[in-house]
Every structure is written in structure tokens, then in C-alpha cells.
Design a protein around this ligand. Structure first.
Ligand SMILES: O=C([O-])CC(=O)C(=O)O
Ligand SMILES: [Mg+2]
Length: 592
């Protein structure tokens, strides 16, 4: 049987900068073809061999379900395979949303929505984009955390690649098994520190899948360019090892040389398979590997660590946005990080760079503004011999203080940033203390998911008597305190990585430089207006995120060009409109 499906579109759905046939240079600027039930439109043909008939309905990349038009049903052997009704994409979304809303349990909503990704990709992304504020807490934090904990139990169709210790020597073959040849963004985890939920082993896969769904929905990276990967080296989570439905290798974690060799093979295989411009995002690795892997690969690969650098950029954006409320500059603040892991030290480092840059002072001097507290208390010089390398630059000559309230009493920070991964650390006493001497204390409770947040938004406002300027990593509803309503900004790296990734892709960047994160942070902070500040809202609504991602993408790309790290030449004259024109749209295409 002839299996030719001619999909016709004035421009490809792809942002394929390597392939001149589909090059954005020719297609960029064209408007995307609109979905319509009408047949007769003039098309610039773009033909591709894909499936027809039953295979077409079963291929989520091309399936439109009941939205296939009468003509498409005739031409592509679909007649009789669908009920007679022809629905628009909008009507399909209405129906799905109605179903999603009917579930009381968020995990059920997650399963339902993620199922759609495996059935009808464009419908999934249109749903996500059009209802981002409602669905982000489902496909992302906090629900994705629960989904990872129960990933084996809710497992349906596999998505992404699983690479295990057993695959040493054949990682490249595994990458070849992935059907899409033009991968541009990979998110990889080894599952050892999933959000603040700890070691979830192979079941951490929910995170790369969720993050990449956001790369597409929020940042416009086309789905076929995204690849979620989990590296399974075992897990130390006994509950999972004892669970008959656990999906991973059933043994304790393997580290050392075997781990390092697998990671090295993986990184090389990515570069050999997809070229040096494939962006690899490290996600939710434990501290002991996260810093090491970033240091090892960042000078020779296009990589970044989202928990260190993405989180840093988003928190910096929030702090910059808060300055009009507190007055002064970053250097006028005294920062206390509660939690000194990837997020804490990552943000501390980026703030240091920014303070040094703004004040034209040395990095060492900027560091005097920044203190860390970890599970043992204040990070001090007297502890230097036992401190992990990433904490050492922030060890101060101070007496050892173990209790957080006492640390605050002593240091009197103006900003307190929680990255502990442990819920409830900002107790009433802690919040009362910081607001006892500070008129507008900055309080960020960044740990995820919601259950691990250092305090709730309500606690923050209540215990500081409405004084604090608050942001959280996971979403919280607005809080009303003494008649005033505050909108809670979500300081989550989801504001940064989709746009940053877009910037890397459109510029053909070959490295991710710290200055690109600074540019992304400044671009995000610029989105905050007086209206936001009136509600003490430090981050814009996610409903505006695609526009924001385009700005972040343009700012990141501009920085990559400035630093000589961009390879896409000539440089587009208007990076913002170029970024926008490259963004994937999930509107249905018509097939001829
Ligand atoms: O996924 C999120 O919500 C933010 C993040 O990277 C983490 O908490 O590890
Ligand atoms: Mg993370």
C-alpha cells in the first residue's frame, strides 16, 4: 500500500538550523499554517514520508484524532477508522480540559495529560500552552514529584531513553535507537536527587520528560528535537528496591570509576550522534556528582546544570526585581543561604559575579556579602577541612553557630534564601526574627515540591506581619494578609531554561557561559512592572511565558554572539523577531 503522506505547510515545524533544506533562514518569518477544516488553500509543498491509515492514527507526532478533515480521511486511508464527527483542535481541547478538571487527584490529572503526549503531540502542546497556569503544577512541580515516586506504578508507554550500567560500550547504539535524528536539547538525570524528594533512581525519568515538555511549550523548541534520558546506576532507595513495580535496576547505586566511565561514554556519544551543538542539561544529580560533572564537561561540551545555574539565574532575576521594593543595589544586601547544595551555592556564586560586576569590585570582596548555612550550621573557616569544595569560597571567619535563629540574630541578613530541600525550615521563630530588625526582608523558599518548601507563602506573610518580599520554588495561591492581597511569584528555573535553550539553539552556541545566565536573569527581571511590584510579585505570570522566553532567548543568543560562542552566521539582525519566528507552534498542520 502506498504510505505517502504529504504534509503541506508554508514552513517546516522544525527549527532545523543544520539542514539547509529546512533552514530557518528561508522559512523564518512565514506565518504558521492555520488549522482549518477547509480543504482548498494554496500551499508551498513540504513533503515527507510518514504513515497513513491506522499507523497514522497511532503516531502521536502526526495524529490529529477526530480533527482529521473529510479530505484527509479520504486521502490518508482513514475513512471508517474515526467516528464521523470532525472537531476543531479548540473543541478537542475543551473536551480534554473538561476531563482533566473532573479528576480530584492531581496524579490522575498527570496520567491523563501525559497520556495525551503519547497519543496526539500537537494537542498536548496546544493544551499546555493555552492553559499553562492551570497545567504547569500538573506536568511539573509539584505533581511531577509524586509521579516520579510512583512512576513504576503508573507506567504506561515508555518515553525517552533509559541507559544503564549494563549498557557500557553500547551507549551510541542506544542513542541510534531514538527515532528522531535532529535532537537539539537533551535533559539527563541519574535520579539521585529528584527535586527535594531524594533518590528516586530510574523513576526520576518523570523530570527530564517534564522539563523537555516545558522546553517545547514554554520555549518553543520543537518536540522532535528534545530527548529525555535517565542514566540508571541503581538506587539507594530501599522502598523502591522493595517495590515489585519499580522500573529500574534492582541494586544499590554504583559510583566511582564505573559511573564516571558510563557518563563519559554518554557525553561523547551525545556529541558524536547529534553534533557539538546539542545542548545537554544536567538535572537532579546529587551534589557530589552535580558540581563535578559540570566542572568536567562545561569547557568541552554545550552543557549546564539546571539546579545550579538555572536556579541561580531565576533567583537572581527575583532579587533584581525586588530591588525597587527594598531600595539600594544588590551590594547593599546581606544574603543568608539556608541550604548549601547545588541551588544555594549556585545562586550565591551568580550573585557574587553580579555584585562584583555592578560594583566593579573583586569577587572576593563581593563574597563578604554572602553567608551559607548548611545542616551543621553556619559555614565557617573553622570547618574548612571538612567542607565540600563548593562551599569553601563562602566560609567566613566567624564563630560556629548551629541554630538558624541564632545565625540570623548574629548576621542580621536582609535576604534569606532557602534551598534546603527540607520542608518547614523557616519556622515562625525564624520568620519573626528576620522581620524584627528588617523592614522588608527578602524571603525565598525555593525547595521543591511544595511539601519541601521551607515555609508556605501564607506562613511567610503571617509570621513577618506582611513585611516580607516572598517567592517560592513551587506554586502557591495568592495570600491575603490584613486586607492586602499578594501574588506569589514562582522562583523556578522553568522561567529560564526554555528561553536559554532557545537562545543556544538559534545562535548555534557551542558553550554555555555564566554571562549568558546573567543576560537571561536580567531579561527576566525586566519583565517586572510596577503593577507586579504593587502585589510584591517578583516573577511574571506563566501565561506570558512564551513572549518572555523569546526575550530571554534573544538576550542569551546576543550574549553568545558577543562572547564569540555562536556559530550561526550571519547573526540575524533582529534576534528577538528571529527567536519568535523559530518557535514551534502546535497548531495542526493540514495533510495533502
Ligand atoms: O524542577 C523544579 O521544579 C525545579 C528544580 O529543578 C528542582 O527543584 O530540582
Ligand atoms: Mg531540578
Amino acid at each position: 500500500m502506498e504510505c505517502q503522506l504529504k504534509m503541506v505547510c508554508p514552513r517546516p515545524d522544525v527549527l532545523d538550523l543544520n539542514n539547509s533544506k529546512h533552514d530557518a533562514g528561508g522559512g523564518v518569518g512565514d506565518t504558521y499554517c492555520e488549522d482549518s477544516a477547509t480543504e482548498d488553500q494554496t500551499f508551498i509543498p513540504w513533503n515527507q514520508l510518514v504513515a497513513s491509515g491506522v499507523d497514522l492514527l497511532r503516531d502521536p507526532r502526526y495524529n490529529k484524532g477526530t480533527a482529521f478533515s473529510e479530505g484527509e480521511r479520504d486521502r490518508h486511508y482513514l475513512r471508517g477508522l474515526l467516528p464521523p464527527v470532525v472537531l476543531t483542535q479548540e473543541r478537542q481541547i475543551e473536551r480534554i480540559l473538561q476531563n482533566v478538571r473532573s479528576y480530584e487527584n492531581n496524579l490522575e490529572k498527570y496520567v491523563d495529560v501525559m497520556d495525551l503526549q503519547e497519543r496526539n503531540e500537537r494537542l498536548f502542546y496546544k493544551l499546555l500552552i493555552d492553559h499553562v497556569e492551570e497545567l504547569l503544577p500538573i506536568v511539573y512541580t509539584p505533581t511531577v514529584g509524586e509521579a516520579c515516586q510512583k512512576f513504576g506504578n503508573i507506567f504506561r508507554r515508555p518515553h525517552g531513553l533509559y541507559i544503564t550500567l549494563k549498557d557500557k560500550g553500547r551507549v551510541r547504539d542506544i542513542l541510534r535507537n531514538w527515532a528522531e535524528p535532529n535532537v537539539q536539547v537533551i535533559v539527563v538525570t541519574d535520579g539521585e536527587r529528584i527535586l527535594g524528594l531524594g533518590d528516586l533512581g530510574c523513576q526520576g525519568m518523570g523530570i527530564p520528560i517534564g522539563k523537555l515538555a516545558l522546553y517545547t511549550a514554554l520555549g518553543g523548541i520543537r518536540p522532535s528535537s528534545t530527548l529525555p534520558i535517565t542514566i540508571d546506576v541503581g538506587t539507594n532507595n530501599q522502598t523502591l528496591l522493595d517495590n515489585p513495580f519499580y522500573i529500574g535496576l534492582r541494586h544499590k547505586r554504583v559510583g566511582g570509576q564505573a559511573y564516571d566511565e558510563l557518563l563519559a561514554e554518554f557525553m561523547l556519544a551525545c556529541k558524536k550522534t547529534y553534533g557539538e551543538k546539542v545542548l545537554v542539561q544536567f538535572e537532579d544529580f546529587a551534589n557530589h556528582n552535580a558540581f563535578r560533572l559540570l566542572a568536567k564537561y562545561s569547557s568541552s561540551y554545550l552543557v549546564f546544570n539546571d539546579d545550579i545555574q538555572g536556579t541561580a539565574a531565576v533567583a537572581l532575576a527575583g532579587l533584581l526585581a525586588a530591588l525597587p521594593l527594598t531600595g539600594g543595589t544588590l551590594a547593599d544586601h546581606e544574603f543568608l543561604f539556608v541550604g548549601a547544595g547545588e541551588a544555594g551555592t549556585g545562586i550565591a556564586e551568580l550573585i557574587t559575579i553580579e555584585i562584583a560586576r555592578q560594583g566593579k569590585i573583586k569577587v572576593e570582596e563581593a563574597r563578604t556579602k554572602i553567608y551559607l548555612a548548611d545542616s551543621k550550621g553556619l559555614v565557617t573557616k573553622s570547618r574548612i577541612n571538612t567542607l565540600e569544595t563548593f562551599k569553601k569560597p563562602f566560609a567566613h571567619d566567624m564563630p560556629e553557630i548551629t541554630k538558624l535563629v541564632d545565625v540570623i540574630k548574629k548576621l542580621k541578613p536582609t535576604a534569606m534564601i532557602g534551598t534546603t530541600g527540607k520542608g518547614g525550615q523557616f519556622t515562625q521563630a525564624v520568620l519573626e526574627e528576620i522581620s524584627s530588625y528588617q523592614e522588608k526582608p527578602i524571603v525565598f523558599a525555593l525547595s521543591n515540591p511544595t511539601s519541601q518548601s521551607e515555609c508556605t507563602a501564607e506562613e511567610a506573610y503571617k509570621f513577618t506581619k506582611g513585611k516580607c518580599i516572598f517567592a517560592s520554588g513551587s506554586p502557591f495561591p495568592p495570600v491575603t494578609y490584613e486586607g492586602k492581597t499578594y501574588t506569589i511569584g514562582q522562583s523556578n528555573n522553568a522561567y529560564i531554561f526554555p528561553g536559554l535553550g532557545l537562545g543556544c539553539v538559534i545562535s548555534g552556541a557551542i558553550r554555555v557561559h555564566d554571562d549568558m545566565f546573567l543576560a537571561a536573569a536580567e531579561s527576566l527581571a525586566n519583565e517586572i512592572s510596577q503593577d507586579h511590584l504593587d502585589k510584591k510579585q517578583l516573577f511574571p505570570a506563566f501565561s506570558e511565558i512564551r513572549e518572555i522566553s523569546a526575550h530571554i532567548g534573544a538576550a542569551t543568543a546576543a550574549k553568545a554572539y558577543e562572547l564569540g560562542l555562536a556559530t550561526k552566521l550571519p547573526k540575524p539582525s533582529d534576534l528577538l523577531s528571529y527567536a519568535k519566528s523559530c518557535m514551534y507552534s502546535p497548531v495542526y498542520r493540514q495533510y495533502r
